[in-house]
Design a protein around this ligand. Structure first.
Ligand code: ADP
Ligand code: MG
Length: 728
């Protein structure tokens, strides 16, 4: 019987919003659980403090003796805040965060004990890491991996544990996590951007990439979520007919936030404040029970850590409020999916956002330089960006309603399109003084400081310029931002290096003036990167055709999209810039392909189980009720029963048709899995799972969802979409 479903519904209706602590001023508690500058000044000696700052700013190594001072200070601070344990906190390639807690507590003989945390424990640890994915790295090279302190992301206390952000690498130095390549990419883009900035301002010493993510998610009642085996096991619904009322009315978006969800958000925001995650905006999203949370942007490495931490905190806080957070990109068919827009820009240590138009023609030429180079980088490496956001779950979202398509393109808005059109007509070679003045006054100088027409007109471009930053919108809600951020910063770095080389060559060999050289190179970039520009909205067949003509990639599935990661040119690019080597790239490819296979395999098993063990038996039960009814009618009315039982007879037959289809499709799917599981070739296996297993999901679902519409609601075992989506 469907008792589980009805009990869950009953339970969910009884819930009340939790009372949540209210701070008068959030700024007062902000980052109070973070070992930030203020805490360091209080708990570290001057030398130790300076050494940490050197390490943060210049990446210098911390000497062991000083490390002991730092760890002692950190421990004292942590204990004063109620911490009892410490952990090296890292981001393995599983997509979750990992930690192993050790107590500060240590015995020292004679029945005595102390609280201890030494420098070596701070700087390096060796977690038992054999179960983290490594794509063969640790088999071929060294069996062990270690975590090493990343001082650029401050330690924090969560619960009663001091968490130390770390990188995770093998003993031979290969990255086994998301953070290591990101840190390398940020260094590379820093160097490349500083070199280009020198054309405009000699005093620039450092360029930081910044990231502001926007996290979308669904909040579903705990009991309701637990009543669905598909949500429990795969994070999304694999079955379910759309409700009579969906998101058509648009009454959820920016509407009042329901009370229970509001209490959850306040609680979550309080936690974020303590952890120094600067969350700022919250609102309803387009779909029912869908929400968004966004912080003030931060330096990219810290922002990535904060997003990973946040995803963890979100689940933990949700438990208190009897919610389950669905982070999946497409938890409900026919309802908007969730993304994680990555707002990205570059800014200098002199306080200039390089992607923000300025007040003077010169600062605008600098803006245009970075703006056009970014477009050029995306144009050349669009396929790499697509690969950076590829996952089994994001495949469901890309190309669906309100989401970007699988084709990467850049939206820049009307005003900047005009500016680029004008710059394209700049004279080849040296510019006359008149032309240069004219350009500076009437084109470059006329870019308004605030680009009004760029504000959110286009909601679904995969890569949009939004006034003072680019917004990479194709990133999935479950993703770790490090992967797309590593690729984006690497390709921009590469492009800036190329730009610098080309400009210098014109200056040195053609004895051009600096400005003339810059205009000349930019003009060519505008010409050659036009194909990536697209002002349209979302997915359409016309755009698909047009994109094909332009030679843009359109990799709709993860196995297709990932292939470029191990292309010769990609490996060369990453090796040359020192972001990742061949072994690391190949390992990542293997891990992602394997993850894809596992993902589809699990979903396929769950589909088979629910269809055969939940849905078909329910259909049979209902069919029996109908048969009993028909037999009864016949007993009472004799021959006349055929007229009276017409509908029931049709239903009985239709149910049989669907049951038959479900059974044969599930058998087919199971057979395909069995065959594929014998494959050793990871490419063939992943493609097989995509083309032969996953392709059956929709068919099986179709028949099951049809049955949902026919069968007595009282009997239906799976909690329905309307119950999942409209219980507040
Ligand atoms: P909206 O897109 O909702 O109108 P904003 O454009 O102000 O709001 O910002 C959206 C997101 O972009 C926020 O998370 C914000 O932190 C981030 N953001 C704003 N400026 C930058 C920047 N220079 N670099 C990176 N992210 C930024
Ligand atoms: Mg956005």
């Amino acid at each position: 019987m469907s008792t589980l479903r009805f009990n869950a519904v009953k339970e969910s209706l009884k819930r009340k919003p939790l009372k949540v602590k209210e701070y008068k001023r959030r700024s007062e508690v902000f980052a109070s659980n973070v070992f930030n500058e203020e805490a360091m000044r209080q708990y570290l000696t001057k030398d130790a403090y300076n050494e940490v700052n050197e390490a943060i700013e210049k990446g210098s190594k911390i000497n062991r003796l000083v490390a002991d001072h730092i760890s002692t200070g950190m421990k004292e601070w942590a204990i004063s805040k109620g911490a009892t344990h410490y952990t090296h906190w890292f981001q393995p390639l599983t997509g979750a965060t990992a930690e192993k807690h050790d107590a500060f507590f240590e015995t020292i003989g004679n029945g005595l004990a102390i609280e201890k945390f030494g420098g070596s424990q701070l700087v390096q640890q060796e977690p038992d890491a054999s179960s983290f994915p490594h794509g063969g790295i640790r088999n071929t090279f060294e069996a062990r991996g270690y975590t090493a302190w990343d001082p650029t992301s401050p330690a924090f206390i969560y619960g009663t544990t001091l968490c130390i952000p770390t990188v995770f690498v093998s003993y031979t130095g290969e990255a086994l996590d998301y953070k290591t390549p990101l840190l390398r990419a940020l260094q590379v883009v820093d160097n490349a951007a500083v070199a280009v900035c020198k054309y405009f301002d000699k005093s620039v010493r450092k360029v930081n990439a910044s990231l502001g993510w926007e996290q979308e998610y669904f909040l579903i009642d705990n009991a309701l979520a637990a009543s669905r085996p598909d949500i429990t096991l795969t994070g999304r619904t694999l079955f379910g007919h759309s409700p009579a009322k969906g998101q058509q009315l648009d009454d959820h978006y920016f509407g009042t936030i329901p009370n229970r969800a509001m209490a959850y958000m306040r609680d979550l925001e309080n936690e974020c404040m303590l952890l120094g995650i600067p969350v700022k905006t919250r609102h309803n999203e387009v779909a029912p029970n869908q929400f968004e949370l966004a912080p003030i942007y931060e330096e990219a490495n810290l922002a990535v850590d904060h997003n990973s931490l946040l995803m963890d905190v979100m689940q933990k806080v949700a438990e208190r409020h009897s919610f389950k957070v669905l982070m999946h990109e497409k938890p409900f068919a026919g309802v908007n999916g969730s993304g994680k827009h990555n707002n990205w820009s570059l800014s200098t240590d002199t306080g200039v956002n390089l992607l923000s138009p300025g007040k003077t023609p010169m600062s605008n030429l600098q803006f245009l330089t970075f703006f056009i180079n970014t477009i050029k980088a995306v144009q050349i490496h669009e396929e790499l960006l697509r690969a950076a956001i590829a996952s089994a779950s994001n495949d469901h979202r890309l190309g669906a309603n309100e989401a970007p398509p699988a084709i990467i393109s850049v939206f820049i808005g009307e005003q900047l399109t005009k500016v680029l059109e004008e710059l394209e007509t700049v004279t080849k070679g040296k510019l006359s003084p008149k032309e240069k003045t004219d350009l500076k006054l009437n084109v470059v100088g006329k870019i308004p400081e605030i680009l009004l027409d760029n504000t959110d007109r286009n909601r679904t471009s995969p890569f949009a310029f939004t006034g003072n930053k680019f917004e990479f919108r194709a990133v999935g809600s479950m993703a770790n931002c490090a992967n797309p951020m590593t690729v984006l910063n690497t390709i921009v770095a590469k492009q800036l290096m190329e730009f610098k080389a080309e400009v210098d060559e014109l200056i040195d060999k053609k004895s051009m003036k600096k400005d003339d050289a810059i205009f000349n190179v930019l003009r060519e970039y505008i010409k050659t990167s036009k194909d990536i520009l697209f002002e349209g909205n979302g997915y359409s067949e016309e755009w698909e055709k047009e994109a094909k003509k332009r030679g843009l990639s359109n990799n709709k599935t993860t196995p297709e999209a990932l292939k470029v990661k191990i292309a010769k040119s990609t490996i060369e690019l990453f090796e040359k810039l020192g972001v990742m080597n061949k072994v690391e790239m190949e390992a990542r490819y293997e891990i992602e392909m394997e993850e894809y296979i596992l993902h589809i395999q699990i979903e396929s098993r769950v589909i088979g189980d629910i269809a055969r063990n939940h849905i078909v038996p329910t259909a049979v039960r209902y069919q029996n009720i109908l048969i009993k009814n028909v037999t009864g009618l016949k007993a009472i009315y004799g021959d006349k029963f055929k007229d009276l039982a017409k509908e029931q007879l049709t239903l009985i037959e239709e149910i049989s048709t669907h049951i038959e289809a479900i059974n044969s499709l599930v058998t087919k799917m199971t057979d395909e899995r069995r065959t594929l599981n014998k494959f050793n070739d990871i490419d063939k296996k992943a493609n097989g799972y995509c083309k032969k297993v996953k392709s059956l999901f929709d068919d099986i679902r179709y028949h099951c969802d049809k049955l949902e519409l026919m069968i007595d609601d009282e009997l239906w075992p799976l909690t329905k979409y309307r119950e999942l989506l409209f219980t507040k």
